[in-house]
Design a protein around this ligand. Sequence first.
Ligand code: ZN
Length: 246
Amino acid sequence: MSQRLLIFLLAASLLTGGAAPGASTRGRFSPAEAARAAHLVAVLRERYHVIVTGYGQAGPDDGGAWRTLTELEWTAEAVWRLALALGGPESFRHLFGGNVRVARWTVAGLRAFAPPGQLALVGDVVLTDYHFEHGRLYALYLTAHEFGHVLDTRRGGRLSQDLVATLGARHCHPHLPMADCTFDVSAAAEPAPGHPREPYARHSPEEYWAEVFAAYVLPDYYARNSRNHRLGARTRAFVINHLLRP
Ligand SMILES: [Zn+2]
């Protein structure tokens, strides 16, 4: 994902009042699909405090930028898997500490993302066309990854910083302050989850944490390919100690 393109899209969205880019899908949902979609949106809101934005604003058959019922079903399944991994709906709500708004943008070729800082006005998590065009498991995994960013952001980045420090994913100069350490995921005590040579986690401490969190929630995604690294024992213990122990 291009950072510049992302900033441009977010700025454009904010300037136009936060409307999601793309055409409305009004009328694409049959009455039965609209009823099922409305049920999923209500369950997400009431049980998990996950707010699906843009669905049903102009009537029950108005999907907004949501193109199919399947997209909503995969999103609901991802939230269910997140809650399952985090100790249930109550624990999920407690950990996120407030509503998580999920927006749907009809943007091609762009990964899902979690807008940082004030840009989160458009949604804590933004799901794109690309997000839903690589199969169910990819969509579930990436949704978990983006929710991982939200957890980290809401803790001032402490999860990603502590992960780097705990696993030693950095190079530090003995005569320079810790703030001058450089991030290097290959220096970590355990391999990052995913591709053995080019894990997505290598991009930044924040991506490292989001990947570790997603691999904890949905180990089945990287397990599809035996060459991928799974979550190591110490990395797994980090997630449990930081999220699941009171
Ligand atoms: Zn990410």
